[in-house]
Each structure stands twice: as C-alpha cells, then as structure tokens.
Design a protein around this ligand. Structure first.
Ligand SMILES: [Zn+2]
Length: 285
C-alpha cells in the first residue's frame, strides 16, 4: 500500500522554514539507537521557525531555555538535570535568537508538538502569542506538578500560559489526510497540516509544512530520536524507553514514518533531537 500524501492544490502558500536550536542535552549515542556506539554526545533540542506568506511567523516548539536551569536548580526537579545534563546560555533562548532576526515575540504564534521541558522551555517569553497545542496534551498537563514530573513535564515552565491565548486542537472527527485518519489543515490551504503522533507523549502532534521550491517538511518532534529509528525499525537503548508515555504506541509509528519517507521523495522528515539534522540544517551554530 502506498503512503503517498495527497497532492497540494495549485498555488498553496509556500512557507519558509528555518531550523534553529536551543540548548543541548548530554546522552550516549547508544541511547538514541541500539547499535550506535556508547559514546557521549551533546544532542540538539531543535525548534523551527516558519514564515507563512499570509499568516506570518510561527514557531514549532521553543527548545530548552535558561528557565529550565532555573527550574531544576533545587530538588526534586534537579533529578532531571542530573539524569540528563543540559547546556544552554541566555543568547540561545528562542526569544533571543528571534530578536537577533528582528522578530518581536508578539509577532509569533507557537505550535507545541508536546509539552516536555525541551519543547516548551521558552514559552513564557511569548506571553501574548497564540499557542496551538493538542487538546489531549493540554488536558494531560492539568494534573499535579508531581504527577507531571514523573512524565518529564515541569509545570512551572508553562503554568503562566494565558488560557485566552490557547488554541486547542481536537482531532476527533476531523477529515483524514493521506495515511492519517484525522488531521487539521490549520488555514485550509494545505500550507500547514497538523497530525497526531501519540506515543512519546500522550498528545504529541506533528506538522506538515509546505516549503519553498516544491519541498515539503514533516516536523515529527520526538516520534524518533534519529531518522535511523524508523529507517531500521530500531528504537533507542532500554533506558530510553522511560522517556515515552507509551513505548508500544511509540514504536508502532516507525513503519508508518518509514513508508511516508520512502513514498514521498519531496518530503523531508525532521525529528527534534537528531544530531545529523542539526549538522545539516542549522545555520546559526
Ligand atoms: Zn524532546
């Protein structure tokens, strides 16, 4: 069965995509995929700037921020940075990188793939921005700080989001898109299409972006660590499984992602923590 994505209508707006990074986590390569050497690396926490010709600027996630370091200074949250050391400086915060590009935080709307610390870290630097997140993920994060912490969420990093700025995405009953039974075409123009990618987090979303010059990008967040995970249908080391909400659901997406890559040569799949993507796509190193 082919997994060819539906063709876009002629004249669908094309978005400019810039791959950025905010902070690094220390891990063993072996953790990202079984069979990789047990070599320590500083892995990236990518986020993405999208410029839609009519709708303006969007961020897909924010990466880490120095707020993570503040929030994990004391126990119990300190356990997080003891388990996974993080490096980030103020000038690497998403908001500062945008400022260097002359983009003011109020000009940006934010799509959150999910609400783990390395994706939502900078959200409080965008107090007036519209925030687009799946309803499932948002509802999950309404539980207590301590219960959330067990699943790698730090409530303090997002508890000041103004509910008036929220746009919750409910995929239930939405039309299908290619292999996805439900999807949300944000502007009904094919330029930015949200799809559910649950497993790593309960309400994780991916985003299909219609890029320039006939390229399409599929931002798949933490559906894999590295693209070799779906290409070889092989996940990370045993310990990496604890990072996922539902490991079975997580690995069940690998064949789908592989087929999407194989059957759509114009689509580039971009996970958020892949060192190769950082090397090849991030210009502002
Ligand atoms: Zn992540």
């Amino acid at each position: 069965m082919t997994m060819k994505l539906p063709p876009l209508q002629k004249g669908a707006p094309q978005c400019e995509l810039t791959v950025l990074n905010a902070g690094f986590y220390k891990a063993s390569l072996h953790m990202l995929k079984k069979g990789f050497p047990k070599k320590k690396i500083w892995g990236p926490a990518l986020f993405f700037l999208i410029k839609h010709p009519k709708q303006g600027y969007f961020l897909f996630d924010t990466g880490y921020s120095t707020r993570f370091l503040d929030a994990t200074h004391a126990f119990p949250y300190r356990i997080l940075r003891l388990a996974t050391p993080v490096q980030i400086s103020k000038k690497e915060n998403a908001v500062e990188q945008l400022r260097d590009m002359n983009i003011h935080p109020s000009e940006v709307q934010i799509i959150l793939s999910h609400m783990h610390v390395d994706h939502v870290g900078g959200i409080h630097d965008f107090p007036t921005s519209r925030i687009i997140v799946s309803q499932k993920e948002w509802e999950f994060t309404r539980r207590s700080s301590l219960r959330l912490f067990k699943n790698f969420y730090i409530k303090e990093l997002f508890d000041r989001i103004d509910p008036a700025n929220l746009q919750l995405i409910d995929f239930h009953g939405k039309a299908s898109y290619g292999p996805f039974p439900n999807a949300v075409d944000l502007f009904q123009d094919g330029s930015m299409i949200l799809v559910p990618l649950p497993g790593h987090a309960v309400g994780q979303m991916g985003l299909l972006v219609n890029g320039l010059m006939g390229k399409r990008y599929f931002l798949i967040a933490d559906s894999v660590y590295v693209r070799e995970n779906f290409r070889e249908n092989l996940g990370g080391s045993k310990i990496s499984k604890f990072a996922h909400y539902n490991n079975e659901q997580y690995t069940s997406l690998f064949p789908l992602l592989r087929k999407i890559e194989e059957d759509n040569l114009d689509v580039v799949l971009l996970p958020s923590h892949d060192p190769e993507i950082y090397r090849r796509f991030v210009e502002n190193k």
